[in-house]
Design a protein around this ligand. Structure first.
Ligand SMILES: C[S@@+](CC[C@H](N)C(=O)[O-])C[C@H]1O[C@@H](n2cnc3c(N)ncnc32)[C@H](O)[C@@H]1O
Length: 352
């Protein structure tokens, strides 16, 4: 384990984030109940106590796993404390200010609510929605600024811990290319969003050539601005659809893809995995991280369904029952690992 001071500091830091998130969610629920009595928080689930204990245990386990991965030398301890504090303080009031609009959309079931200055041309239809009833969907500056904070609040401060779980299988996969000069090792993060996973990758692979693609220009701008403050070479970011990656065949040594698949229709999931297979070198590894599914934790079924409805996740119910393993095998991958940590699952495939 890392030294006891680091362990204590990290556990305390996480405890603080989870208490903050819990307080935030309780206040938000109370507000919503006040605005629309009886809409939220009235569903009785006799097993809820058990479910909460399970979630709490898996939360503690992922924090422990984070420390163990540092101990194994997979990434430096500094990554554990990499947190966008400045953004969080700056944008937290906006989370509250945006809540009435979020709530109006949720109540009206209105998920195609874009201001006229958002240009929707050229994006796939499944994409131009207000995922999470978020103002601007994935296409506004405000949404890009609020996204990291909202995901941390949703997962009680463990979103980055979940992202870091891709690093161990990815580094293991890169072992196949131990003879390649580190700066010639190419790693792509598909649907990189605001660049949180790329930050983790930079910490674990300081010399590798990193790449990121995403459909959202505003998220990419945010990623570019945040990543340019890091030491090391700036990852090359491109606006692109995961269904049609702008790279030649067999180009990358490894790929990661975090929290994308639950937001895609089933056939698109397959297309993206097919593309990942195409751009990977033989011997290369793809690590997918996404939400846990029904098969991983049937007791969490009601929470998953609640998530799908309350946060406008139109493809989540279908995703809950999909098999990423089958899809990867269909594309040609050999599935070499499957794990779950806290609220996420990880499927690792190798192109032989
Ligand atoms: C839930 S966010 C995850 C972002 C990031 N990977 C993370 O860990 O926070 C989903 C991301 O997928 C992007 N996205 C959705 N469909 C896409 C597609 N077909 N091709 C590329 N990016 C896509 C969105 O713009 C958004 O940034």
């Amino acid at each position: 384990m890392p030294d006891s001071l680091t362990t204590f500091a990290y556990q305390t830091f996480q405890q603080g984030k989870s208490i903050f998130s819990f307080t935030h969610k309780s206040l938000a629920t109370a507000l919503i109940n006040r605005l629309s009595p009886g809409v939220e928080g009235t569903q009785e689930n006799p097993r809820m106590g058990e479910v909460i204990k399970d979630v709490r245990r898996s939360y503690d386990r992922i924090i422990q796993q984070d420390l163990e991965d540092v101990d194994q030398g997979i990434y430096p301890a500094s990554l554990l404390f990499d947190n966008p504090w400045e953004d969080f303080f700056r944008f937290y009031p906006q989370v509250w200010l945006d809540m009435p609009r979020f709530w109006q959309r949720a109540k009206a079931g209105n998920f195609r609510d874009f201001s006229p200055n958002v240009d929707l041309a050229g994006y796939p239809n499944y994409y131009t929605q207000n995922f999470h009833y978020q103002t601007g969907g994935y296409l506004s500056e405000d949404s890009a600024n609020l996204y990291d904070l909202q995901v941390e609040l949703l997962f009680f401060g463990a979103a980055d811990s979940m992202r870091r779980r891709v690093l161990a299988p990815l580094r293991k996969g890169l072992g196949k290319f131990a003879d390649v000069e580190p700066k010639l090792v190419r790693v792509l993060d598909v649907a990189c969003g605001t660049g949180r996973t790329l930050r983790m990758l930079r910490g674990a692979l300081p010399k590798a050539s990193l790449y990121g693609v995403d459909l959202s220009p505003t998220y990419l701008r945010k990623a570019n601005s945040d990543l340019s403050k890091l030491p090391g070479e700036l990852p090359q970011l491109s606006q692109a659809n995961g269904e049609d990656l702008p790279y030649r065949d067999n180009y990358f040594h490894a790929l990661s893809c975090v929290f994308l698949f639950h937001e895609l229709p089933g056939p698109v999931r397959q297309k993206v995995i097919d593309e990942c297979f195409r751009v990977l070198q033989p011997g290369g590894t793809l690590v997918i991280c996404d939400s846990i599914q029904l098969v991983d934790s049937p007791t969490l079924g009601p929470i998953m369904e609640g998530f799908s409805d309350s946060f406008h996740e139109p493809f989540y119910r279908d995703y809950m029952q999909d098999s990423l393993r089958d899809r990867m095998e269909k594309s040609g991958f050999e599935v070499v690992g499957e794990e779950t940590h806290y609220m996420s699952k990880y499927v690792t495939g190798r192109k032989n």
